[in-house]
Ligand binder design. Structure first.
Ligand code: MN3
Length: 198
């Protein structure tokens, strides 16, 4: 059973002008799809072929001889999680238990935004900024390349892709402006709340 590229959870032009349909043509249609195609080739006829994406990631994380499989599997997972972290009706403020936990961990919503933005800006080169839950407490994380907090025992709550391919067509080199658009206009707090309660 091969993995398939998931549909975007919004219309391709729904995030403009922050993320254009041209960016999504490449980022979803080319980059994400390539990870799916490569993963299927790499696991075909192996004992990983019938495993879930999460199990493949956990089985290959940290194993240099399986880096190709891990990188493609994690990038499939990370991108699907990223699309769900975005919403045309995003931005605003979290509510309920997640809002309380953010205030506890970061002092305020602005405190969270500052910490998340710093993580995204200080991830040198390609990678990801995350809000995660570990032992019931919220933390900010950043990971290089394909790495995912899931294989480090944390529960991902929300993520932003800070690879240049995520923003270069819309923001050129202005990663800070892309992170501001993510945090203020696109972040899907309903998805974050669902992950936090799960
Ligand atoms: Mn990407």
């Amino acid at each position: 059973m091969a993995f398939e590229l998931p549909e975007l959870p919004f219309a391709k032009d729904a995030l403009a002008p922050h993320i254009s349909s041209t960016t999504l043509d490449f980022h979803h249609g080319k980059h994400h799809n390539t990870y799916v195609v490569n993963l299927n080739k790499l696991i075909a006829d192996t004992d990983l072929a019938d495993k879930s994406l999460e199990d493949i990631m956990k089985a290959t994380a940290g194993d240099a001889s399986k880096a190709g499989i891990f990188n493609n599997a994690a990038q499939v997972w990370n991108h699907t999680f990223f699309w769900n972290s975005l919403s045309p009706k995003g931005g605003g403020a979290p509510t309920g238990a997640l809002a309380d936990a953010i205030n506890d961990a970061f002092g305020s919503l602005d405190g969270f935004k500052d910490a998340f933005k710093t993580a995204g800006l200080t991830q040198f080169g390609s990678g990801w900024a995350w809000l995660v839950s570990r032992d019931g407490k919220l933390e900010i994380a950043k990971t290089p390349n394909a790495e995912c907090p899931l294989t480090d025992g944390a529960t991902p709550i929300i993520t932003c892709d800070v690879w240049e391919h995520a923003y270069y067509l819309d923001f050129q080199n202005r990663r800070p402006d892309f992170l501001d658009a993510f945090l203020n206009e696109l972040i899907n707090w309903d998805f974050a709340s669902a992950n936090f309660s799960a």
